[in-house]
Design a binder for this molecule. Structure first.
Ligand code: ATP
Ligand code: MG
Length: 572
């Protein structure tokens, strides 16, 4: 298995010092805590697809276990049947594996429903929990504020037997959702709001994707997560900073569980928190991403504009680039927002190393080499990847009629335009130097053909072909090239921090130009052989990959990222 650390060294960067979580883990291991065991878990709720934020948690949970010889399990936190589905379970497994990580065991919080239910009954009998029949609004109104104590529910002191009876009948399905809930009886004056008699069980009458209609009550996150960690033997329960305020409650329930279940061993899981990933121009919440999918603003969870792992995969991101990105941003105790250009920089850097190079013309205009013999062709050698010393090469066919990018010709060009303009020489990449002689236009003034003459002595690579010209442009043969559709992507949101904008609808925040579909592009036959999961650079244009929508007679490519690096420029 590859860890973040290896990715870093692969990238030729210096090793970083340990982050604060690694320091704690090293310390615990050296002190022999938990018998020298390291066990982590990645605990997604199967209510959506994983996004780049989850990748940060995955790299931590799996990465640290691998680095220190521990185990990371996969646990589905499936305590809310209304929003959960096996579709998500399967997608989550696929995405973690694609990122290059391997779990030990797969667990489900729903595996513990019996044990959690028993624990809840024990708490009721021990006077630590009661059934509250108030509405959610009434309960909220009694919560108090962080500086003023809450007020007790009128049901707080009801007899234990009565609570137990009601709880059992809640689970038997006798009451409607919201009619009553089970609350832990802790401290309505606690400065930690999570201790003010938190809800621990609620009625949900919706079939669960694994337990069917066995249960009518389901535990809340705070009553399931820590206990699940404990049941599994998790030693380091790593999560994001918003759970820091839940930690005392996490420990409280584990203490009670140890008493009730009479555990005497020293073991207990330890929760640690790091900053979650926020990216500019990106919405990261699963709820918002689901809304984008449901309301049809994107084509699906794997739309290449989505920050989901499957969206990034379809867009042409490599697992290594995502892991390298996470390694770069690191783990701290402070929330912030990362420039999305850094993510783009990471994939650009990785693709520069690995992408196969080819020629594609997105907006073709015909170029006729008027002094090149009709019917003649030459196969020019083209290196697949100049960054790879062992690179193979392929051939690209040169002929009298070619396509070049429309923007590579200008009839009246400014001085510093070093491309195709009448009277000026330019090199056709891997082929000859040509001198532009003019063009033909239609009635509307659009250039329909460009003319040039080639110099047979200037074939690229020949020792005598050292003549210098200022510009090199790419081309494909008119006859041999293949038509393709190319999809260019821009940011999905126009605002730098879309999650912070509260007074606008989602639709108003979207960038209307986030997708540009270019049809009628011409690509060399080598690119027409591209397969899903391969990475290409269309030279001078950007990094591309084949899209799953592609068919043999209708090729479709996605632009992963352009060649221009905005992050490097800003951060030099
Ligand atoms: P969202 O807020 O997007 O719905 P979530 O926290 O509800 O995400 P879970 O399925 O509960 O999603 O998350 C599984 C794990 O991934 C948790 O440990 C959570 O802390 C972590 N995680 C979720 N979002 C991020 C993020 N943006 N950055 C880092 N870790 C994250
Ligand atoms: Mg969550």
């Amino acid at each position: 298995m590859t860890t973040e650390r290896e990715v870093t060294t692969l990238g030729g960067e210096e090793k970083k010092s340990l982050n604060f979580i690694e320091q704690i883990v090293e310390n615990d291991l050296s002190e022999g805590k938990n018998g020298g065991r390291l066990q982590t878990r990645f605990p997604p709720e199967p209510n959506g697809y994983l996004h780049i934020g989850h990748a940060k948690a995955i790299c931590m949970d799996f990465g640290i276990a691998a680095r220190y010889g521990g185990i990371c399990n996969l646990r589905f936190d499936d305590t809310n049947p209304v929003k959960e589905d096996v579709e998500y379970v399967d997608a989550i497994r696929e995405d973690i594996e694609w990122l290059g990580f391997h779990w030990g065991d797969v667990y489900y919080a729903s595996d513990y429903f019996d044990r959690l239910y028993r624990f809840a009954e024990e708490l009721i009998m021990a006077g630590h929990a009661y059934v509250d029949e108030q509405t959610a609004e009434e309960i909220a109104a009694q919560k108090g504020t962080p500086t003023t104590p809450g007020s007790p529910s009128p049901y707080r002191e009801r007899p234990r037997e009565e609570s137990l009876d009601l709880f059992r009948r809640m689970n038997a399905g006798e009451f409607e959702e919201g009619a009553m809930i089970l609350r832990a009886k802790i401290d309505m004056a606690s400065p930690n709001m999570h201790f003010r008699d938190p809800i621990i069980y609620r009625i949900i009458k919706h079939p669960h994707h694994r337990t069917g209609s066995k249960w009518n009550v389901y535990p809340m996150y705070d009553f399931a997560h820590g206990q699940s960690d404990f049941f599994e033997g998790v030693t380091h329960s790593i999560c994001t900073l918003e759970f820091e305020v839940h930690r005392p409650l996490y420990d409280y329930f584990i203490d009670l569980l140890r008493q009730v279940e009479k555990h005497t061993e020293d073991y207990r899981p330890r929760q640690m928190e790091f900053n979650r990933l926020n990216l500019t121009y990106t919405m990261m919440s699963k709820r918002k991403l689901l809304q984008l999918v449901k309301e049809g603003f994107v084509s699906g969870w794997d739309d290449p504009r989505m920050p989901t792992i499957c969206g990034l995969r379809r867009r042409g991101y490599t697992p290594e680039s995502i892991r390298g990105f996470v390694d770069r941003i690191g783990y701290t105790k402070y929330d912030g927002i990362i420039d999305v250009a850094l993510l783009e920089h990471s994939v650009r850097e990785d693709l520069n190393r690995r992408a196969l190079r080819g020629s594609a013309v997105l907006h073709p205009v015909r170029l006729i080499i008027t002094n090149y013999p009709e019917g003649q062709t030459e196969d020019m050698l083209f290196l697949n990847n100049p960054e790879d010393p062992n690179s193979d090469s392929h051939t690209i066919r040169f002929s009298r009629e070619l396509y070049i990018e429309a923007e590579d010709f200008m009839e009246d060009a400014p001085k510093k335009y070093f491309r195709m303009t009448p009277g000026q020489e330019v090199r056709l990449k891997s082929a000859y130097i040509v001198r532009c002689t003019g063009c033909k236009k239609d009635e509307a003034g659009n250039v329909t053909e460009v003319y040039a003459e080639y110099d047979p002595e200037t074939l690229s690579g020949r020792p005598e072909s050292n003549r210098k010209v200022k510009g090199t442009i790419h081309w494909v043969s008119a006859q041999d090239s293949v038509e393709a559709e190319v999809r260019l992507y821009d940011r999905l949101f126009t605002d730098e921090n879309p999650s912070e904008i509260k007074d606008k609808e989602l639709a108003e925040l979207l960038n209307p130009e986030s997708l540009e579909v270019v049809t009628g592009c011409r690509i060399e036959p080598y690119l027409a052989e591209a397969k899903l999961g391969e990475y290409y650079q269309f030279q001078r244009v950007g990094y591309f990959c084949l899209d799953p929508d592609s068919r043999p007679d209708r090729l479709v490519f996605n632009r992963t990222v352009s060649l221009k690096d905005t992050w490097k420029k800003v951060n030099k």
